[in-house]
Design a protein. Structure first.
Length: 110
């Protein structure tokens, strides 16, 4: 795994935290996600489309990532699937204290 791939979850966490804090940034992220992510240091090949969707208290998105290549055991698949920085409305983000994220995101509910 390249250094850029290792840094990607942290960079995405920073983008999410900034979108929560800054409505203008969030609007720009929703309008042109590939450009905003590129500015944040997250790059994609030119033939990759990037879409940002937002969970709400009444609308949940499940992102189905590409299936890993090669044969993996059930345990290995469980481990790979659990490695996301952000996985839904109750998952703690693995971001630094400098990002302003200090607790659980729960879809706006306390």
């Amino acid at each position: 795994m390249s250094d850029a791939e290792r840094q990607k979850p942290a960079l995405l966490g920073k983008v999410i935290a900034r979108a929560w804090r800054d409505p203008a940034f969030k609007a720009k992220l929703l309008a042109d996600p590939k450009a905003v992510l590129n500015e944040a240091g997250v790059t994609f090949p030119t033939d990759v489309t990037v879409r940002v969707v937002e969970d709400t208290p009444t609308h949940f998105h499940l992102v189905l990532p590409p299936k890993p290549t090669g044969a993996l055991s059930e345990e290995a698949l469980d481990h790979v699937a659990a490695g996301a920085c952000y996985r839904g409305q109750t998952q703690v983000l693995h971001c630094s204290k400098d990002d302003g994220v200090t607790g659980h995101y729960n879809g706006g509910q306390s």
